[in-house]
Design a protein around this ligand. Structure first.
Ligand code: ACO
Length: 325
């Protein structure tokens, strides 16, 4: 019996041109390249131009994904934009993307799950496509975290960067076998008891301001690997796959130590990890599709490969997905 699945037709990404290196940061705050590389694996990150908004980057990533997928923008009837840094409080930046792509049908909305946003977006689009109400979706992660950083706080400003990534998902009947293409499972979690460990100290309702990112880094680190491995194990249990079946591990790019620690605990070989944190920093909801686009562009990822996505971030929220390319 065939089953309806969300098959990835293509992916794309966009990075702003301005590069901010660790040396540049060491001129602004009391830090060093050595400290940042040793603790995080980050060497540099991109920073959006002053007139470059989240939706502008999202449009560029979406256009790249549509080109890669060889499909017309008019075939898209659902846009899910994962972001914590929308252009404005409302309307959703997703409608700016929709307008920018010249689409006037279907639905577009933003989704807010911080660093887990792309995995949450994938789950949302997958469910809507499987419902039969939509046929082809763009799932985008796009962020301008540079706008919510406190550039005097060395604990946080060295960690994040700007960028966007996107995938095109198509509802397709698949044979219903372990070799099916598309989204095979997405598992999501959140626990609001940890909401003060990583947050922004402003917002339209609470303060009437945008606010700045605040974080208890050690606390985030302490929980990250356990939460990630737990939800990935759940994805394995749901599908019957194991770490040995995974061809490429494409984690949220927060910190090289978290990525390597999670892979080690899961039993995933270092050679299967896709890492971009060294060049992109933590781009929150954009980091997974940015890393995916990187590994697709250099042809590491091949059709039929089993991909494992995972993310953890503010909330805390966390999640994992298994996708056959
Ligand atoms: N440069 C130099 N020194 C610094 C810097 C910096 N940029 N930042 C902090 N320090 C200092 C601290 O002030 C502290 O000094 P002290 O001992 O004199 O007080 C010292 O370095 C150690 O600080 P810690 O916070 O204990 O350092 P730690 O080893 O935990 O590393 C880090 C900090 C990198 C933030 C780590 O905790 C981490 O990676 N946490 C996870 C956070 C994360 O990835 N967040 C992203 C969002 S969540 C997500 O996406 C999963």
């Amino acid at each position: 019996m065939t089953v309806l699945r969300s098959v990835v037709l293509g992916c794309g990404s966009y990075l702003p041109t301005q590069i901010l290196t660790n040396e540049d940061l060491a001129r602004k705050v009391d830090t060093s390249d050595e400290w940042i590389v040793q603790r995080t694996g980050i060497h540099e990150r991109r920073i959006a131009a002053p007139d470059e908004h989240t939706s502008h980057m999202a449009i560029r990533a979406a256009q790249a994904a549509l080109t890669h997928a060889h499909v017309d923008a008019q075939s898209i009837d659902l846009i899910v934009l994962a972001t914590s840094t929308p252009d404005n409080t409302f309307p959703a930046s997703a409608v700016s993307v929709q307008a920018g792509l010249g689409i006037t049908h279907g639905a577009a909305f933003d989704l807010q799950a911080v660093c887990s946003g792309f995995v949450y977006g994938l789950a949302t689009a997958d469910s809507l496509l499987k419902s039969g109400g939509f046929s082809r979706a763009l799932v985008i992660g796009a962020e301008t975290f540079s706008r919510i950083l406190d550039w005097t706080d060395r604990n946080t400003c060295v960690l994040f960067g700007d960028g966007a990534g996107a995938v095109v998902l198509d509802a397709q009947q698949q044979p219903g076998t372990p070799e099916d293409r598309g989204v095979l499972t997405v598992r999501l979690r959140s626990d609001g008891r940890y909401k003060s460990k990583l947050y922004v100290d402003g917002g339209p309702s609470a303060t009437g301001t945008v606010g700045h990112l605040r974080m208890e880094g050690r606390e985030v680190f302490r929980h990250a690997i356990a939460m990630i491995t737990d939800v990935v194990e759940d994805a394995f249990k749901t599908t019957g796959y194991t770490a040995a079946d995974v061809d490429w591990f494409i984690p949220h790019q927060a910190n090289k130590r978290i990525i390597d620690g999670s892979a080690h605990k899961l039993g995933i070989a270092p050679g299967k990890i896709v890492t971009t944190v060294d060049r992109h920093g933590n781009t929150s909801a954009a980091s997974i599709p940015l890393a995916l686009a990187d590994a697709v562009a250099d042809r590491r990822i091949k059709r039929g490969d089993l991909l494992l996505f995972e993310a953890m971030g503010g909330g805390f929220t966390w999640g994992a997905a298994l996708v056959r390319w």
